[in-house]
Design a binder for this molecule. Sequence first.
Ligand code: 5GP
Length: 183
Amino acid sequence: MERIFGRPIVTQEQMRTRIRELGRQIASDYAGKDLVLVGVLKGAYAFYADLARASRIPMRVEFIVVTSYGAGKKSSGKVKLVSDLTEPIAGKDVLLVEDIVDSGLTVQYLMKTLSRRKPRSLKVCTLLSKPDRRTVEVDLEYVGFKIPNKFVVGYGLDYRQEYRNLPYLAALDQGDEQEQESA
Ligand code: 5GP
């Protein structure tokens, strides 16, 4: 499993420390509010589980499943909603939990879709951000790590649906132009 990886980008220890900080920040910002933590699957599953446990305030947990298709390891912007939330979010304080914001198109799509349902507030927490890759402007309230323009795997992020369970984040050391489909 380790064979194809280049250098680790974020270690397990760095993850733990940063997620603890984010959890404390979210707990403070959302104290007394009606928080619904919406995880974007599959990529956010590992981050989500750690973040939810690090944010020690009452919350509801919800998930939404999207796929974004693209070649050359980048999103085409064609986002597809595969599975929706189980409850209405009108009047709730919704925090969207993402694995990575690359072009920004997925987050833009989700913000548009969810804001139509009239939540009281709607913000984004992403584990990773690649600011150099942005093609649309998105407002990210919480960012775990800003990373350079490399294709990364681990900690929920896949390459062809594998490596999601890697407990740290690594750059995939292969050619840049392989097909990628992510969820
Ligand atoms: P967007 O371009 O819409 O901001 O990002 C769409 C999706 O592309 C992300 O949710 C993620 O699934 C995938 N993605 C973007 N960059 C990477 C990366 O470096 N590694 C992996 N595994 N997926 C990525």
